[in-house]
Design a protein around this ligand. Structure first.
Ligand code: MEV
Length: 438
């Protein structure tokens, strides 16, 4: 086992790299070289990245791609996507183009409620706690006045505080369940600061509340934290067109295509094994936009999957139907996104991504992101019910295989040409490359 290192965070970056290289790598100088390759030559930019987090020893790049031709509520967008998976950006672009000539995407933000909770223990009569809550509520609001002032100016703030009795689940367990409107900010810092202030006030006021017994006064705060489960921060994106405007293939008429598409979505509504993969494809689009715009993709992922399982079974986030000859396909998804605060004004590429999107507010970003998810799902189901997913995937994967074997530009050109009419498999690519190299 490698010896423990002490004071690591106080070492300089060069010292950290040296320690890692020597402790873990057979060829330390090669490891140092790789880490250095990703260093930005612009010292100011590098320092900015170094300071986003701790113990930074290099940068980890993801491709920053764009998917053009998205018509959303009659506006045309080019959507930035940070993602490493081949074919995601191509699939989004293809879906955008397809729906461009069929009315584009329409969207609607259904609500924007954010949630946070103070979890606490209280031993005593619930009616007394309820009376205390009535008494303390104005004091809770007073305790956050300085925090909410600016948010209220922007149209946000605290929407509600309620006392929840959770004692049937855990003895003596109660919550302050609070809802917030954070306008264009994702709001994590605002919410957590308010909750911690609530917790302090709650505890101190309990201590001097004369109707409580000494035991009841010792109300114990367990924790105060926002929830990434935001089932009331919902956005809907929809596409729809007459069934006869849907694709026809050699095997399927437009009507058969529509019917097969709807059945594919229904399967994801009822079958969790399929629903997880179906939603994963949706998240290919959503995460890519969330990352490109500097939002927290872990928060989004956690909230989206909890929402997909809200009735106790994990289900599809999208739904499709045919009614009176019209095919409709839509997504409903919780997306607590921000366009101010966090990385949005700090990270140069995030700033650029937001400008590319014409500086959306948080509601507009929710709409654009939901569209990216719907488009991705449309493209995936389109492939799955027609050619299968591998054809497109392997074509895009071809470049990865060629790069893996160090193909030259000339070799790449010839093999891309060859595989336009041949099936791409790992073996076939290697064989062709070897043949080309004699
Ligand atoms: C691959 O990243 C995503 C898909 O598997 C999604 C799906 O199956 O719907 C293609």
């Amino acid at each position: 086992m490698t010896a423990a290192v002490s004071g690591f965070s106080r070492l300089t970056k060069a010292q950290k790299i040296e320690w890692i290289a020597n402790a873990y790598f057979q060829d330390p100088s090669e490891a140092i070289k790789v880490l250095a390759q990703y260093k930005n030559s612009d010292g100011v930019l590098q320092q900015l990245h170094d300071e986003f987090t701790e113990n930074t020893i290099s940068n980890y790049y993801l491709p920053f791609g764009v998917a053009p031709n998205f018509v959303i509520n009659n506006e045309r967008y080019t959507i930035p996507m940070a993602i490493e998976e081949s074919s995601v950006v191509a699939a989004a672009s293809k879906a955008a183009k397809f729906w461009d000539s069929r009315g584009g995407f329409t969207t609607e933000v259904l609500n924007t409620v954010k949630v946070g909770q103070v979890h606490f223990s209280y031993t005593g009569a619930v009616t007394k706690l309820e009376r205390f809550f009535e008494f303390v509520q104005p004091k809770l609001m007073e305790s956050v006045a300085s925090l909410t002032k600016n948010m209220e100016k922007r149209g946000g703030g605290i929407s509600s505080i309620s006392l929840r009795d959770k004692t049937t689940e855990i003895p003596n367990y109660y919550q302050l369940h609070c809802t917030f409107e954070t306008v264009d900010a994702m709001g994590a810092n605002f919410i957590n600061s308010c909750l911690e202030a609530f917790a302090t006030t709650l505890r101190l006021e309990a201590l001097s509340y004369t109707d409580f017994t000494p035991e009841e006064q010792m109300l114990e705060i367990i924790m105060s934290i926002l929830s990434n489960y935001v089932p009331e921060c919902l956005v809907r994106a929809t596409v729809s067109c007459p069934v006869d405007k849907l694709p026809e293939t050699e095997e399927l008429t437009a009507i058969q295509y529509a019917d097969k598409f709807v059945r594919a979505v229904k399967i994801a509504e009822v079958e969790p094994y399929r629903a997880v993969t179906h939603n994963k494809g949706i998240m290919n689009g959503i995460d890519a936009v969330v990352l490109a715009t500097g939002n927290d993709f872990r928060a989004i992922e956690a909230g989206v999957h909890a929402y997909a399982a809200r009735d106790g079974q994990y289900r599809s986030l999208t739904h499709a139907a045919i009614e009176n000859g019209i095919f409709t396909f839509y997504i409903e998804v919780p997306l607590a996104l921000g366009t101010v605060g966090g990385l949005t004004s700090l990270h140069p590429l995030v700033k650029l991504a937001l400008e590319l999107l014409q500086k959306p507010n948080a509601r507009e970003l929710m709409e654009i992101t939901a569209v990216a998810g719907l488009a991705q799902n449309f493209a995936a189901i389109n492939s799955l019910i027609t050619t299968g997913i591998q054809e497109g995937h392997m074509k895009m994967h071809l470049m990865n295989i060629l790069n893996q074997f160090g193909a030259t530009n000339m070799e790449k050109e010839q093999l891309v040409d060859y595989f336009k009419i041949h099936t791409v498999t790992h073996n076939a690519v290697v064989t062709q490359l070897e043949e080309l190299r004699g």
